[in-house]
Design a protein around this ligand. Structure first.
Ligand code: CP
Length: 300
């Protein structure tokens, strides 16, 4: 693996090896020095809490040096491009880059310009991909359900159209052979047919929840949304918000995931987000181990 830009077309054995390594690291609380002497930059041109900090923690736990880049105090505010920013940091001897950008394909463009020996991880580009979120979500599903993916019935709910998380989750679920993948949301927030290939699509959340083992909620991405795609937050919550009453339609031990940040009271209620079926903070914990496994595979 040279870079990790997407989970699309990642071979199943590679994906499973990353999951197994992440699980081993999570089980043992491993700290090692495999990346000692290597510098990794978290190059974020868009805001983040979970991804940026968990990559920084993962980097430290592998013994590497971490350089944080803050776009708001950087020379991008003077007009420097992302490519020039990347090249300048690379010239300082940095070997690993964890990059988030608002434009689809922006991380792949930087990867194409990288010197041999430099590795990039896509930490989210536009609506396209968020591969390490997909990885940590699969790790969480595997832990929570204890089953092989072939027996898993999962539903992805909400703003799929703007979600790089949903795209990476769909790629991983298909690769791992998930038994049934349902997608539910208003027509205005569903993506093109290619993205939904192999999924059962519905606009009725109650029907979508019937008997599922896992509910993967998505954030309503108002910052990426054109006017009018959602008429009101109240109506969105009424039709697509997950509350305890609705969750009872899923299987009794169904688990609830959300990548964060959550719009509480919009796509999910407090009682579900903080309730016994929520694995949301476990997703965050798994993020450190999943990102350690990726950094080790690319740079170790
Ligand atoms: N899930 C996720 O990408 O969260 P952040 O935007 O806080 O990194």
């Amino acid at each position: 693996l040279r870079h990790l830009l997407t989970l699309e077309c990642l071979p199943r054995p590679t994906l499973e090896a990353l999951l197994d390594r992440a699980q081993a690291m999570a089980d043992s609380g491993e700290v090692n020095a495999r990346l000692a002497g290597i510098a990794v930059c978290t190059l974020f041109f868009e805001p983040s809490t979970r991804t940026r900090l968990s990559f920084q923690r993962a980097t430290q736990r592998l013994g590497a040096d971490v350089l944080g880049f803050d776009a708001s105090t950087s020379s991008t505010t003077k007009g420097e491009t992302a490519l020039d920013t990347f090249r300048n940091i690379e010239a300082m001897g940095v070997r690993g880059f964890v990059v988030r950008h608002s434009a689809d394909g922006a991380v792949a463009e930087l990867a194409a310009a990288a010197a041999p020996g430099t590795a990039l991880v896509n930490a989210g580009d536009g609506r396209s991909a968020h591969p390490t979120q997909g990885l940590l979500d699969m790790l969480t599903l595997r832990q929570a359900t204890g089953t092989d993916f072939s027996g898993l019935k999962v539903v992805i709910v909400g703003d799929v159209r703007h979600s790089r998380v949903a795209r990476s989750d769909l790629h991983a679920l298909r690769t791992l052979g998930a038994g049934e993948i349902r997608v539910c949301g208003p027509a205005s927030l569903l993506p093109d047919a290619d993205t939904l290939s192999g999924c059962t699509v519905t606009h009725d959340l109650d029907a979508a929840l019937d008997g599922v083992d896992a509910v993967m909620m998505l954030r309503l991405q108002r910052e990426r949304m054109a006017e009018g795609l959602v008429d009101s937050l109240e109506n969105y919550h009424r039709d697509y918000g997950l509350d305890a009453r609705r969750l009872r339609r899923a299987s009794t031990d169904a688990v609830v995931l959300h990548p964060g940040p959550m719009n509480r009271g919009v796509e999910i209620t407090d009682e579900v987000a903080d309730g016994p079926q929520s694995w949301i903070l476990q997703q965050v914990a798994n993020g450190v181990a999943a990102r350690m496994a990726v950094l080790e595979a690319l740079l170790g």
